[in-house]
Design a protein around this ligand. Structure first.
Ligand code: SAH
Ligand code: SF4
Ligand code: F3S
Length: 494
C-alpha cells in the first residue's frame, strides 16, 4: 500500500486506541488495559494470573512487580480471563469516574465467578488503599484487597483466601521500593519499559488523593535502578521511562534540605540519576515522568541537553494558569514561576516538546481565573495536554477546606474550551514537523496496517511509516510529510 493512501483519521484512532500501551496513550491517567503478553512463571503451580492495570504509569509498572512476585509463587500470566485462577485489578482513585469504571468492571466478573467458584478476585492499587476492607463489603465479589506497598504479601493473602477467608493488607510503608524485585515485563513490544525510581508523594496538592493512597515519598537505591536499565538494554530494550510522582525530588542519601544522610557515602539527585542511566548506553533512550514545576531545576535541563539519548520531552503539569487557584491547590508556585520554567526549558533545550495537565473548575474558580488558564495555554502552546474536570476526593485538603462550588455544566463548558485550545495547538505542533527529518525508535507494527511501523521521536510524537527491512528496536531517520493531531506520517530516509 502506498503510504499516501493511509487515512490519517483512522491512524489517529488506531494508534491511540484503548488497547495501545500507556507509553503512547494520551489518556494515561484514565486507565487502560495494556497490550499484555502471556508470561510463563519460574516454577509453575499450573495457576494463571490475569491482571488489568488502570491509572498512571506507576500502576502499569507496579503490575509488573506483582507479576514477578506471583511468578515466584508459581503463577504464569494469561491474557485470556476465562482461563484465569486469579484476577487482579490494579486500580486508580484519582477521580471519581476512575473508581466508577473499576466498580463496573468488577460486576462483569459475576458470571465468571459463578462459572468457576474457585476463581479468586483481588483489587490492588490506589482504590484498594483508599477503600480498604470496605471494598469487601461493597463489592461482594472481591476476595483480596492489597494496597501499593503490600504486594510482597500477595502469596500469603492468596493462601488465606484458599483457607476460606477474605484477605486485606493495606499497610503503607516508609521504606518499600521493591528495589530488589526484577519486574516481569508484561508489555508485548520488548522495546520500551518503565523503571520506577521512587514511590509515594509528600506534596499534598489540595485536590489530590495520591499522598493518601501511595504514602510518603521515598527514593529507590540508584544502583538497583542502573542495574535494571543495564539488564533491559541487554535484553534488547532501547527506551526506559523513569517513573515517580515528582521525579525532580528524587534523592538518595540526601535530606530534603540537601544535607547528607550518611557521611562518607555518595548522594544522588535526579539530574545525576538521569546521567547515570543515560550512560548505560548511548543507544538507550531515557524518558521520565512526572516533573513538578516547583522542583524542576536548571541542573535537570542541562543534563537533558548534555545527553543525546535523554529525550527532548518534558511533562510539566500546570493545573491552572491563575496564581490564586494555584495557591488554593497548594501547588506552591505561581503563574510567573511556571512561565519562567517554560522559558528555561526553551532556552536550554530549544527542541524540547512540552506537555501538561490542566484541571478545570477547581473550588472557587471564577471566570477570570479560568480565562487565565486559557491565556497561559495560548502563551505556552503546549504540544500535548491531559485535561480534567475537577473531581472532589475524600480526605483531601480541598475536600476539607473548600466547597466544590463550580456547577457541573460550568466545569464541562470550561473543559471544552480548554480542550479546543489544546486540539488546535496539538495540530499546529504536529504540522510544524512536516518536511523535517527525525530519528525514530521503532516500537511495533502500526495498528492501522501490517505494512507500517509505529515508533516515536525524541519529542514523544508517534510516527507511522512504511516498513522496509527494519525491525523493532531499530533507530531510523524518517521524514514527515503529513500528520493528524495525534500522529505523524512519514517515510524513511536513512
Ligand atoms: N504527580 C503528578 C500528577 C499525578 S495525578 C503531578 O504532580 O503533576 C495526574 C493528574 O491528574 C494531575 O496532574 C491532575 O491534573 C489530575 N488530577 C489529580 N487529582 C485530580 C482531581 N481530584 N480532579 C481532577 N483531576 C485531578
Ligand atoms: Fe498529587 Fe501533587 Fe503529589 Fe502530583 S505532586 S501526586 S498532584 S500531591
Ligand atoms: Fe491513579 Fe494512583 Fe496513579 S490514584 S493516577 S493509580 S498513583
Amino acid at each position: 500500500m502506498n503510504n499516501k493512501d493511509l487515512n490519517t483519521t483512522e491512524i489517529l484512532e488506531k494508534e491511540n486506541s484503548p488497547q495501545s500501551s500507556p507509553h503512547n496513550n494520551p489518556d494515561q491517567y484514565n486507565g487502560e488495559v495494556l497490550d499484555y503478553q502471556s508470561v510463563k512463571p519460574k516454577n509453575t503451580n499450573n495457576k494463571k494470573l490475569y491482571i488489568e492495570s488502570y491509572g498512571c504509569q506507576m500502576n502499569f509498572s507496579d503490575s509488573e512487580i506483582v507479576a514477578s512476585i506471583l511468578s515466584e509463587a508459581g503463577y504464569g500470566t494469561t491474557t485470556n480471563i476465562e482461563e484465569a485462577d486469579l484476577i487482579l485489578l490494579n486500580t486508580c482513585a484519582i477521580r471519581d469516574n476512575a473508581e466508577q469504571r473499576i466498580r463496573k468492571r468488577l460486576t462483569q466478573f459475576k458470571q465468571l465467578k459463578s462459572d468457576n467458584p474457585n476463581m479468586v478476585v483481588g483489587v490492588l492499587g490506589c482504590m484498594a488503599e483508599r477503600l480498604k476492607a470496605k471494598l469487601l463489603d461493597e463489592e461482594k465479589l472481591v476476595d483480596i484487597v492489597a494496597g501499593p506497598d503490600a504486594y510482597r504479601s500477595l502469596p500469603g493473602l492468596i493462601d488465606e483466601v484458599d483457607d476460606g477467608r477474605k484477605a486485606v493488607n493495606v499497610l503503607l510503608s516508609r521504606e518499600e521500593t521493591y528495589a530488589d524485585i526484577s519486574p516481569v515485563r508484561l508489555d508485548k513490544n520488548g522495546v520500551t519499559a518503565f523503571i520506577s525510581i521512587m514511590r509515594g508523594c509528600d506534596n499534598m496538592c489540595s485536590f489530590c488523593v495520591v499522598p493518601f493512597t501511595r504514602g510518603r515519598e521515598r527514593s529507590r537505591d540508584p544502583k538497583s535502578i542502573v542495574h535494571e536499565a543495564h539488564d533491559l538494554f541487554d535484553k534488547g530494550y532501547r527506551e526506559v521511562t523513569l517513573l515517580g510522582q515528582n521525579v525532580d525530588s528524587y534523592r538518595w542519601n540526601l535530606t530534603k534540605k540537601g544535607e547528607l544522610k550518611k557521611e562518607g557515602e555518595p548522594s544522588v539527585n535526579f539530574a545525576q540519576l538521569m546521567a547515570m542511566v543515560a550512560e548505560v548506553n548511548p543507544k538507550l533512550r531515557v524518558r521520565f515522568s512526572t516533573s513538578h514545576p516547583k522542583d524542576m531545576t536548571n541542573d535537570v535541563l542541562e543534563t537533558m541537553s548534555a545527553y543525546e539519548n535523554i529525550c527532548n520531552y518534558i511533562h510539566l503539569p500546570v493545573q491552572s494558569g491563575n496564581s490564586n487557584v494555584l495557591e488554593r491547590m497548594n501547588r506552591t508556585y505561581t503563574r510567573e514561576w511556571y512561565l519562567e520554567r517554560i522559558e528555561a526549558i526553551r532556552r536550554i533545550i530549544p527542541e524540547c516538546a512540552i506537555s501538561t495537565d490542566v484541571i478545570s473548575g477547581f473550588c472557587g474558580e471564577t471566570e477570570e481565573e479560568h480565562e487565565e488558564t486559557k491565556s497561559l495555554m495560548e502563551f505556552v502552546q503546549f504540544d500535548f495536554a491531559y485535561m480534567f474536570k475537577y473531581s472532589e476526593r475524600p480526605r483531601t485538603l480541598a475536600e476539607r477546606k473548600f466547597e466544590d462550588d463550580v456547577p457541573e455544566e460550568v466545569k464541562t463548558r470550561r473543559l471544552t474550551e480548554i480542550i479546543n485550545i489544546q486540539s488546535a495547538h496539538s495540530l499546529i505542533s504536529n504540522k510544524k514537523t512536516i518536511g523535517k527529518e527525525y530519528e525514530v525508535l521503532i516500537e511495533k507494527t502500526s495498528k492501522r496496517s501490517e505494512e507500517h511501523w509505529a515508533g516515536r521521536t525524541s519529542q514523544n510524537a508517534m510516527v507511522v511509516f512504511p516498513k522496509l527491512d527494519e525491525k523493532t528496536g531499530d533507530y531510523v531517520k524518517v521524514k514527515i510529510f503529513d500528520c493528524t493531531a495525534a500522529t505523524l506520517i512519514g517515510e524513511r530516509t536513512a
